[in-house]
Design a protein around this ligand. Structure first.
Ligand code: DHB
Length: 391
């Protein structure tokens, strides 16, 4: 097979890239190790920041988002006895939307299908070749067991932290930064109307808790738990009890309504950055180059921002022979990557309890400052609701 851009990974980064390239007349072929059903169903992020929504709308993907997405003006931050609302629109003029990654993925899969995008699901043995030449290729074994090769002008790794692309950046230039956190999240999806109009981020001596949502009838909730927590330790009753305590059920008349839990998982928390995001004819986008802990909802937005930069760079390179944007991609993308890496680390370490009483006092002091100072609140709002593409 021959195409202009071989894309490894059919998650939101890979499919959004294929969509943006197609809109500007650049062909691509996508390969994905998982099945189409798995990619469509996996429960991931839920919040889109302003710049992601702007990008989706500008590329013709805004219709269902505008109909079914829920625009939020801000978030609640709380600690025992106090709940404060931060209004991002008032503070920065920007807002966020509740629209799950599953919905973004469904929209991307629908437009890919409509334009006849070539996507190979359930491939094995994916390998990247000749990335330092102008004829790179990707080989794989297709679903029927046949060996395949895609020859391309450019290969883009959108294959997350477990895919093969990341390791292809030569060890001579590669640098990595990594931080693991001493806690995980227990995440649940519940078939119950959210007990709040906007997301609640709660500091509590027992550990962080968060009330998010996916729709008017589906709630998404998280609890800080120790690393390696066996999921069997957390019955549905225990989960709802811990959420009620940490989220302040009964305080100032607020109540948490429990409901049937339909999905439950433990998520480890990690910060990871690998540089550069380009090596020869290989470009990395999304989780293939960086992982953020979920607090602050940056992962999907950062992947979309990478692709929003990369697509015009590849169009200029492949259609006009102008390499300027492609040559600047890694450095430009990494400015935002490090900003979001810092913000996610900051939100995470401000809200999760470590058991150290000194740290707890610092966290409470920081939370009081963020909620009472215009400067503190604006800093959080700017980072959360989104920096412009190209920041
Ligand atoms: C969600 C996840 C987050 O990490 C966050 O900060 C906000 C919302 C969510 O899954 O809904």
């Amino acid at each position: 097979m021959r195409t202009q851009v071989a894309i490894v990974g059919a998650g939101p980064a890979g499919l959004l890239l294929a969509h943006l390239l197609a809109a500007d007349g650049v062909e691509s072929i996508v390969v994905e190790s998982r099945s189409e059903e798995y990619v469509a169903a996996r429960i991931r992020a839920g919040i889109l920041e302003q710049s992601t929504v702007d990008l989706l709308r500008a590329s013709g993907l805004g219709d269902r988002l505008d109909r079914e997405g829920d625009q939020h003006h801000g978030i609640y931050l709380q600690w025992p006895g106090e709940r404060h609302h931060l209004d991002f629109v008032e503070l920065t003029g920007r807002s966020v939307w509740v629209y799950g990654q599953t919905e973004v993925q469904a929209d991307l899969a629908a437009v890919a299908h409509a334009r006849g995008q070539e996507i190979h699901y359930e491939v094995g043995d994916t390998a990247l070749h000749d990335l330092d030449t102008d004829r790179p290729s990707v080989t794989f074994t297709d679903r029927s067991g046949a060996a395949q090769r895609i020859e391309a002008d450019v290969v883009v790794g959108c294959d997350g932290s477990f895919g093969p692309s990341r390791a292809e950046v030569s060890s001579a230039v590669r640098r990595t930064w990594e931080k693991t956190y001493p806690y995980s999240w227990l995440g649940v999806l519940a078939a119950v109307a959210p007990s709040t109009d906007e997301l609640i981020y709660a500091w509590h001596p027992d550990g962080f808790a968060m009330h998010s949502m996916r729709s008017e009838t589906v709630s998404r909730l998280y609890l800080q738990v120790p690393n390696d927590t066996p999921i069997e330790d957390w019955s549905d009753d225990r989960i709802w009890e811990a959420l009620a305590t940490r989220l302040g059920h009964g305080q100032d008349g607020w109540t948490l309504t429990p409901g049937p839990i339909t999905d439950k998982s433990v998520l480890p928390m990690r910060s990871f950055v690998q540089t550069p995001m380009r090596h020869g004819r290989l470009f990395l986008a999304g989780d293939a180059a960086h992982i953020v802990p979920p607090t602050g909802a940056k992962g999907l937005n950062l992947a979309a921002a990478d692709v929003g930069l990369l697509a015009p760079a590849l169009v200029a390179m492949l259609r006009k022979g102008d390499h300027t944007l492609a040559d600047a991609y890694s450095e430009t993308a990494l400015r935002r990557v490090w900003r979001c890496t810092h913000f996610s680390w900051w939100m995470t370490t401000m809200l999760h309890t470590s058991g150290d009483p000194f740290e707890a006092e610092l966290q409470l002091s920081q939370l009081r400052w963020v909620c009472s100072s215009q400067a503190g609140a604006t800093g959080l709002a700017e980072n959360y609701a989104g920096l412009p593409i190209g920041f």
